[in-house]
Design a protein. Structure first.
Length: 92
């Protein structure tokens, strides 16, 4: 959750620029998407096992890792324009 209002300001700026240029934006999603892992190829790991381990070893600690006492800040942002429902960033 963005408590700084920065994401809302970025969305507003994109909308204003599009209107000024008379361009139509199909949608500016209301979600904040963060990718922490991408694969170059389809992994050979069993997806069910990966999910079970993730639920057991990561989910219980998310609140501890990202609590208000130690906020997580992003220093860079990549804006993605996509024509298919998958975010592919050219330099990833």
């Amino acid at each position: 959750r963005d408590e700084s209002g920065g994401i809302a300001k970025m969305r507003q700026c994109l909308q204003q620029v599009a209107e000024k240029r008379k361009e139509k934006i199909h949608a500016i999603p209301g979600i904040i998407h963060s990718t922490f892992l991408r694969f170059a190829h389809v992994p050979k790991s069993n997806g069910v096992v990966v999910q079970e381990r993730y639920q057991k070893n990561v989910v219980p600690y998310v609140q501890t890792i990202f609590n208000k006492a130690s906020p997580f800040q992003a220093n860079t942002v990549k804006l993605v324009c996509e024509s298919t429902p998958y975010m592919h960033i050219p330099d990833d």
